[in-house]
Design a protein around this ligand. Structure first.
Ligand SMILES: [Zn+2]
Length: 337
């Protein structure tokens, strides 16, 4: 079984497509990160006019970069989520054609239209960017550590907690009303994720492609229905709170997976299923291997209810959550601490 009727941006799966594409471009700029750039640069004919190191997603910084791009005729995003987001914003500001080459199947950033800007300690979505082509290069993804590739499940696994929170919010008459057809598609993503998880653990390109097809359809759905409630809920809010509390981040997919494990347990929402999927995919979920301390998880949970109010995030199980010893015990058992 695979996900049927996938919609979304044009995508190419294979090898060497970026070299073909840039050969036909005028002066181009690349927004990238050191590791993926080191893999791809030697495979390309010629060099870009500008190399932008992605990482700083503050609006003022990105706008300054956009203004400096004189004489450039195309934008390439090459790397993880911040490279995709940087390239999207530069495209949004300049109108130059955009090409995206994700280095991990980790975030859906290459398949969504808005840019996740960092703003006032939170995340703000703005802009509207559609790439000419998304290129999923199996050599590039194969160069990444397999555990990080498996971490790419996070933004699909988030449907598990996101759908629960959406239903909860709808019952409280908050945010977007429940939509049975959209929710059904959300559950299909989870079924597909459960089916493809062992392929990721085995390092199969087919697993990568099927995961990316989920991200592609999710990106299309977000735009089509005008919100992301089916795939974003308290697990993402946990992730944003973690970033505020600790002043740092870890790979988005892994952080969101951590959020799904904790928040599905807090929700009382079949936490065994995301645990089963994460383990089958070979994703890292141990705090030690993620470099996260239990005290940071505690601090994140303590801050979560006030953070979602302050940031005016969608209604979820986090609203009004009384974070007591019982919640900590629940989270501890979900994380096997
Ligand atoms: Zn996400």
């Amino acid at each position: 079984m695979t996900l049927e009727g996938v919609r979304g941006f044009d995508v190419h799966y294979g090898r060497g497509k970026l070299a073909e594409v840039v050969a036909g471009l005028g002066p181009w700029a690349v927004a990238t990160q050191p590791e993926p750039w080191a893999v791809m640069a030697p495979t390309l004919p010629g060099t870009p006019a500008v190399v932008i190191e992605a990482g700083d997603l503050r609006l003022a910084h990105l706008d300054a970069v956009a203004e400096s791009l004189t004489g450039v005729e195309a934008i390439v995003g090459l790397g993880g989520g911040s490279a995709m987001d940087t390239a999207k914003w530069l495209h949004h500001r300049t109108g130059l054609p955009l090409y995206q080459v994700p280095s991990l199947p980790s975030v859906d950033a290459c398949f969504t239209r808005m840019t996740a800007l960092r703003d006032g300690g939170g995340v703000r979505y703005d802009g509207d960017s559609v790439p000419e082509l998304v290129m999923v290069d199996f050599d590039l993804i194969g160069a990444a550590p397999r555990k990080l590739v498996s971490g790419g499940i996070g933004d699909v696994l988030s449907c598990h907690t996101g759908l629960f929170d959406w239903e909860l919010a709808a019952r409280h008459g908050r945010n977007a009303p429940w939509d049975e057809a959209v929710a059904a598609r959300g559950f299909e993503y989870l079924d597909e994720l459960e089916a493809l998880a062992p392929l990721l653990a085995a390092g199969s390109n087919d697993g990568v492609q099927r995961l990316m097809e989920c991200h592609r359809d999710i990106g299309w759905m977000c735009h089509e229905v005008g919100h992301a409630r089916f795939e974003e809920g308290s697990e993402h809010f946990f992730a944003y709170t973690f970033e505020e509390v600790t002043g740092r981040t870890i790979m988005h997919g892994e952080l969101v997976t951590l959020g799904v494990l904790v928040m599905s347990a807090v929700q009382g929402n079949d936490p065994d299923r995301p645990r089963r999927i994460a383990d089958a995919a070979g994703a890292r979920t141990g705090l030690d291997e993620l470099g996260v301390r239990w005290e940071e998880v505690e601090a994140t949970l303590e801050r979560l209810p006030s953070f979602v109010e302050e940031q005016d995030l969608w209604f979820s199980v986090a609203n009004g959550l009384v974070v007591d010893d019982e919640v900590f015990a629940t989270a501890r058992s979900a994380l096997r601490v």
